[in-house]
Design a protein around this ligand. Sequence first.
Ligand code: CP
Length: 305
Amino acid sequence: MKHFLQIFDASRGELLNIIELALRFRRDGYIGNPLRGKVIALLFEKPSTRTRVSFSSAVLRLGGEVIYLPASELQLARGEPLKDTARVLNRYVDAIVARLASHSSLEVIAKYSEKPVINALTNLHHPCQALADVATMYEDAGGWGFKVSYIGDCGNVCRSLVQICALLGIQITVASPHKYWLPPDEIRLYKEVASSVGGSVEFTEDPEAAVVGSDFIYTDVFVSMGMESEYEARLREFLPRYRVSMKLFEKAKTGAKFMHCMPIRRGEEVEDEVVESDRSIIFLQAEYRMHTSAALLVSLLGGPS
Ligand code: CP
């Protein structure tokens, strides 16, 4: 793996190694300085709390340095081409972590970058989130063999979660209005990949059916960054059916947990009561953003010392 733009850029073995290292970082702490002398650029076009701070903290804990680059303060904002920006940054830094509105823009950066490029969220993918999600589930479940239900919008978070579940053979069922499902050719591919390693990928419009037998119920906002003009229309289509409620948990496994990538819009995609209940593992999930980011950087830039 040279760049990490989407989950499918990594092999099953690479993903498992990253998750194992992340679990080790959480259990044993950050020992040694595997990123000593490394400088990581965080190029962000959009706001962020978890991704920005977890990557920054991970780099510092690993002995490296971070340069935060809001895109609005670079010459990019005055029209300098991405391909020039990428080749210039390459002369200064050892990796670029980028949050961009357009996935194709990220692909341009990756094409012109000799240094690793990591996707910190685009319109299509959020692979770093999915790494943390699966590590969280593994820790909570005490191993593999769990089932996940994703309820709501099939955006970047859903796509990356489905990709990682497919590659790792985790059972996942997505419940969403049909018009929001991932494209049919993608669903077909993910089903094939999942079945080749003993997992399954299912799509349904019925959230109550989706959660049967689930260990984890996961949701995200119905209106992602950049889609604000669709706010009213989306709420009409998703509510009230796709809001995660305490009642929905009655259909899942007894001890099923609630997950959300955050930030949350309480009362829209999930009831506040669920978020604040002891089913919720959202803060462990947020913590894992740091451990999996650290493990990803070490796997791309050098081994633990
Ligand atoms: N989940 C997530 O990516 O959070 P931020 O937008 O705060 O980085």
